[in-house]
Design a protein around this ligand. Sequence first.
Ligand code: C5P
Length: 291
Amino acid sequence: MRLTLRASAKINLDLRIGGRRPDGYHDLQTVFQTLDLHDTVVVQSSRGAFTLDGDPALMPLDQTNLIWHAAEALWRASGKSGDPRGARVRVTKRIPSRAGLGGGSSDAAAALVGLSHVWRLHTTLQALLPVAATLGSDVPFFLMGGTALGLGRGERLYPLVNRPRRHVVVVLPDFGVSTPDAYRWLAKDRAADPASWTPDSADWTLHPASARNDLEAAVERRHPAIAAIRRRLAEAGAELARMSGSGSAVFGLFSAELTARRAAARLAGDGHRVVLTRTRPRSLVETRRLI
Ligand code: C5P
């Protein structure tokens, strides 16, 4: 058996970070949105030990890769002992790493879906959600896709109605940001200036004027290039220009394709790596998950 799965990238249309919890994570409220930009994950039955293939320049292929964790977690959850066997996973990577686009998490979610078929576990998406949550805060979202509200660590999900599709210009600075660093910087800035933190509920109308990313200011203080890219995208006509997740990617939303194309060309002209893509509604995510 051989399955080819789409592992979509995501952006956070809105991201509000609450207090630090006893387990070290932060309570948050976020609106996730999948993009057309995706990795391709092929899951195939095989003999012998589980293996992972891909371009080693783009992702680690050893046990530190989240796909390995996914295979081990699903193997154990299905009551099997020893190391996972009987499947190989191959990833064609397009989603940049350390960008806040969820590439590693999305690959892991796709691997869970593929492996549950190949291992004939017949696990429902609902039953995969808690396994996904053990892998990372935003892995469960990639089992759902489309637009969704994430609460708790981001793993408590509520699907939201599809919004009109937008053209998205994703700009990739020549540095990445580690997620734990971004949260540490935010905690440090809040401790130094408590008045800077106004706890607030996310705005589900997602009006561009009120959409926010609470990690953005903390990351921009350490990486001013991100603020400069946001300004360039706004000048180029973006309805909303925000950092995604913990960065370093910045996205601009556009309703007109021509404006998006011109903005992408302008940012590429500045010397940035740019991806022009679109938001991806849930119906397409569900029906085209298996490519
Ligand atoms: O869950 P995940 O492995 O993606 O989280 C990576 C890191 O990001 C955590 O170890 C933590 O430092 C930070 N984080 C957080 N609160 C969240 C999500 C992530 O503090 N809700």
